[in-house]
Design a protein around this ligand. Structure first.
Ligand SMILES: [Zn+2]
Ligand SMILES: [Zn+2]
Length: 157
């Protein structure tokens, strides 16, 4: 996955909220938890963990929906209600962006999948690592290192 074409621009379905990503992800994920199933209306959510300094909302004012805490805040467009990104409370160094918000989608292939214990029976992803719930904080350090090598070998997207 190249680092060209940055910043990557994106927005919600209606375009009221726009964002720009200037730093590649540290990790890409699919989450099969029942909460993500509810908020997406689909089998799983996709995330790209973007370092916070490389993420900017450039138009509009996202509102919190979904979980209002204590563990996470889910951000939505106030008009079209697209679920755009997530901030983990107490972990302000990254933002979990839904890569489907990007105008030219990239970073969609999940390197890991979480909450496989709750996945719908037919849902499969190409994730290299699968976890019944979330990995531990210690696991994430090794996973982000492994992701960088894996991402470098991936075709764009
Ligand atoms: Zn919108
Ligand atoms: Zn989830």
């Amino acid at each position: 996955m190249s680092e060209t074409g940055l910043p990557a621009l994106g927005g919600c379905r209606c375009g009221q909220v726009r964002l720009a990503v200037s730093t590649p992800p540290m990790l890409t994920m699919a989450c099969h938890c029942s909460g993500c199933q509810r908020m997406t209306g689909s089998a799983f959510s996709l995330s790209a963990a973007i370092p916070s300094q490389g993420f900017a909302v450039t138009a509009g004012e996202p509102v919190i929906g979904g979980l209002h805490g204590p563990e996470a805040h889910h951000y939505f467009c106030p008009h079209c209600m697209s679920w755009m990104f997530t901030r983990a409370v107490g972990m302000d160094w990254f933002v979990n962006l839904r890569p489907t918000m990007l105008d030219a989608p990239r970073w969609q292939a999940p390197f890991i999948e979480t909450y496989a214990s709750q996945k719908v029976p037919w849902a499969t992803t190409p994730a290299v690592h699968s976890f019944p719930k979330f990995p531990s904080v210690e696991d994430y350090q090794a996973l982000t290192a492994a992701y960088a090598d894996w991402a470098a070998a991936q075709p764009e997207g």
